[in-house]
Design a protein around this ligand. Structure first.
Ligand code: 5GP
Ligand code: MG
Length: 194
């Protein structure tokens, strides 16, 4: 696994420092309010579990995945949310959507729209990485740990073809491992790519 990594962008000490800064910001904003943290599976599982343990405030957790429907090969572009376990009531809740990486912004834009329509009182977004250069829609994260350059990264929850999520750092993949840098062939629910 390590041999497939070209360069480490954020090592474990850097991630710990980034998380502590982010947690301090979240504590300031959410102190005194009941919070529901909603990690978008699978990519955000590592980030979310590290982050919530740095938040000494009352919170609940709901897990969410996106499904897109099409004819099997072409996405319809229609995204459906799947909660684990269902059903879940979002009405009146302060929701913090957590994702591994903000890229084009389509995932978080769609998901936050659906959650707002479901009656949440407040919806904010929190990402581990923000690939600013790749934005295609009008969405910025309310909270982020790091800005990252436009390279395909894995580790700390992020996968390539389902692998590398268990690397404790963020690294770029050697080009031999994949063919097209922008064919982000993860297994996560991105309507455009999976
Ligand atoms: P967006 O909807 O913002 O374009 O895409 C977000 C999703 O694309 C992420 O949750 C992730 O699954 C995938 N993605 C975008 N960039 C990368 C990357 O550099 N590495 C990996 N592993 N996944 C990425
Ligand atoms: Mg994802």
């Amino acid at each position: 696994m390590k041999d497939d990594i070209e360069r480490v962008l954020f090592d474990e000490p850097a991630i710990r420092t980034g998380l502590r800064k982010l947690a301090a910001e979240l504590i300031r904003i959410y102190r005194g309010r009941e919070l529901t943290v909603v990690p978008i599976l699978n990519g955000s599982c590592v980030f979310a579990s590290d982050l919530i343990r740095l938040l000494p405030i009352p919170l609940t957790l709901e897990f969410l995945a996106c499904e897109s429907y099409g004819d099997g090969t072409v996405s319809s572009g229609e995204v459906k949310l799947k909660f684990f376990p269902e059903p879940v009531t979002l009405e009146g809740r302060n929701i913090l959507l957590v994702d591994d990486i903000l890229d084009t912004g389509r995932t978080l834009k769609t998901v936050s729209g659906i959650i707002r329509e479901a009656g949440a009182a407040d919806v904010r977004t929190c990402v581990f990485l923000d690939k600013v250069e790749r934005r295609a829609v009008d969405l910025e994260a309310d909270f982020r740990c790091f800005e990252v350059e436009d390279v395909f990264v894995v580790g700390y929850g992020l996968d390539y073809a389902g692998r590398y999520r268990n690397l404790p750092y963020i690294g770029s993949l050697r080009s031999e491992v994949y063919s097209d840098a922008h064919d982000h062939a993860g297994t996560d629910g991105d309507p455009e790519r999976s």
